[in-house]
Structures are given as structure tokens and as C-alpha cells.
Design a protein around this ligand. Structure first.
Ligand SMILES: NC(=O)c1ccc[n+]([C@@H]2O[C@H](COP(=O)([O-])OP(=O)(O)OC[C@H]3O[C@@H](n4cnc5c(N)ncnc54)[C@H](OP(=O)(O)O)[C@@H]3O)[C@@H](O)[C@H]2O)c1
Length: 250
């Protein structure tokens, strides 16, 4: 259970090697929670577990492949075998190559499977378990790219639009059961995922996004932008007429 000071005893990272997920886990680390790292079995996962153990957290590693939806129930059962899960971070995702993504069938299908189908698959199974538990918080990492999908990143944006709509409404559906979902919409974040990309407006570090996500989850907010300045920016961009929107250099 989350203690009186708002600290979780158990944290599940779905995408246990994500830079943003690890920054969120580090925000909780002073209270030494048990962190379950659900990720593919790689040296990256081992390094992430070592990093959290060095901060005094207990860790459990469970195998998770977003594309293998048949294995997701097993992944979640292994995570919940540790005990009640107080905070779950849904952090796996692929950005892909923007231009290849819509021209290569294999590439497009993989992005949709990981970012959308995989996210829905774990979301439904997580919802089932959290309803039984009667409590829990979920931090779902969406993106401003999904808020108004643009030509330059439309494959990624389309998957994130689906992700965002699903998790926002999963939060509404689960709220009466004592479960809170916080959807986080970052702009570009300096992580493995954005390696090789130029600096973007309002770019954040993983730590900055983590601080915003953890604060919003503590308050039980359903939706937050990272940084917050994206909220007014996106509310304008959402309403820019399409002929003008497509001429914007974004
Ligand atoms: N970085 C950004 O600019 C940015 C902006 C907005 C939103 N976001 C979102 O924030 C989330 C976290 O991103 P990040 O920046 O922390 O990126 P990251 O460090 O590259 O993490 C991505 C994670 O996705 C996992 N993953 C990819 N394919 C997988 C699969 N088939 N099965 C299981 N795991 C898989 C990776 O695992 P492996 O280690 O096994 O590859 C890794 O843990 C993502 O959903 C991303 O879309 C990121």
C-alpha cells in the first residue's frame, strides 16, 4: 500500500529499461520500494536492476515482450506474485524511423504492435488485477505527438493517439474501483529513444518528466503535460486549421 507520505512500497515498470521509467523509479527510491522490472532479458535490464539496488531498492526482474500478447498474463502474474502493486509505469515504446515507418509494412506493424496493441493488452490485464486489489496508481507515458498527429511523425503519433485515448478512459473506468491512472504527455525527452534527433522546443530530461509524472500521480491527476507549458501550446495547435497546420515547421 502507498504509505501516509504518498510513497509506494512496490513499483512495476512495464518497460523496465526505459530511461523515463527508471527516472520515475529513482524519484521513489528514497523510500526503498520493491521495484519489478518487466523487460526483455538483456544486459540493459541487468544494469537497470543493479542501479536501483545500489539505491537501496529490492528488485525483481520479469520477462516482458510487448509484441507477445499471449505472454502478458504470465508477466503480470509474475509481477503481482511480489505482492500488491502500488504504482505501475507503462513506459515501453518504439519511435521508429519516421519515413520508413509508413512505407515499410513490417516497421509499421511492429510500431502499432508495441505502442498500441501491446499497451492495450497490458492495460486490460493490469486493470483486472488492480480492480481486484482495490487500489493502485498507473503512470502511462503518452506523448504530445499523439495529441495532434502531424505528417512528420504520423506513424508514431497515430500509435500514441490510440494509447492516449485508451489510458485516459481506462482511468475513468477504473476510478470507481479506487485505481487512478495518470496520462503523461511529454514533448521530446533526451533519452535513448531520441538519440540522434536534434534539440526540440521545450525538450526535457527524463528526470524533469519523472518529477512532473510523480507529482501528478501523487495528486491523482488524470492528465499532465511535460513540461506544463505544452498544455496551452497544444490547445492552440489542436485547433489550427489543417491547411495551415501542415505548413508549420514541426
Ligand atoms: N524520449 C522521448 O522523446 C519521448 C517523448 C514522449 C513520449 N515518450 C514515451 O515515453 C516512453 C518511454 O520512452 P523513453 O524515452 O524512456 O525511451 P527508452 O529509454 O528508449 O525506453 C523504451 C523502452 O521500450 C522498451 N521496448 C521497446 N520495444 C519493446 C518490446 N517489444 N517489448 C518490451 N519492451 C520494449 C525498451 O526495452 P529494451 O531495453 O528491451 O529495448 C525500453 O525499455 C515511451 O512510451 C515513449 O513513447 C518518449
Amino acid at each position: 500500500m502507498i504509505d501516509a507520505t504518498g510513497n509506494p512500497r512496490t513499483v512495476l515498470l512495464l518497460g523496465g529499461t526505459s530511461d523515463i521509467a527508471l527516472a520515475i523509479a529513482q524519484m521513489y527510491a528514497p523510500a526503498k520500494p520493491h521495484v519489478v522490472l518487466a523487460a526483455r532479458p538483456t544486459s540493459r535490464r541487468e544494469a537497470a536492476a543493479t542501479q536501483l539496488r545500489d539505491l537501496g531498492c529490492e528488485t525483481t526482474e520479469v520477462d516482458f515482450d510487448a509484441k507477445d500478447t499471449d505472454s502478458h498474463a504470465m508477466t503480470l502474474d509474475a509481477a503481482f506474485a511480489v505482492g500488491d502493486i502500488d504504482v505501475t509505469v507503462v513506459a515501453f515504446g518504439v519511435q521508429g524511423d519516421d519515413e520508413q515507418a509508413w512505407q515499410s509494412h513490417a516497421h509499421a506493424v511492429e510500431m502499432a504492435q508495441v505502442n498500441f496493441t501491446g499497451a492495450v493488452s497490458v492495460g486490460v490485464l493490469l486493470g483486472e488485477r488492480l480492480r481486484k486489489q482495490g487500489h493502485g496508481k498507473v503512470i502511462a507515458l503518452s506523448s504530445v505527438a499523439g495529441e495532434r498527429v502531424r505528417r512528420s511523425t504520423f506513424m508514431y503519433g497515430a500509435t500514441k493517439a490510440g494509447f492516449d485515448g485508451f489510458y485516459l478512459n481506462l482511468g475513468e473506468a477504473l476510478a470507481p474501483e479506487g485505481v487512478k491512472v495518470t496520462v503523461v504527455r511529454p514533448g521530446q525527452v533526451r533519452t535513448k529513444m531520441s538519440e540522434g534527433r536534434g534539440k526540440a522546443p521545450l525538450e526535457q530530461t527524463a528526470e524533469q518528466v519523472a518529477a512532473i509524472a510523480v507529482k501528478a500521480a501523487r495528486k491523482g491527476k488524470p492528465l499532465v503535460w511535460a513540461p506544463r507549458a505544452f498544455r496551452p501550446v497544444m490547445s492552440v495547435l489542436r485547433h489550427v486549421p489543417r491547411p495551415l497546420f501542415k505548413k508549420l515547421p514541426i
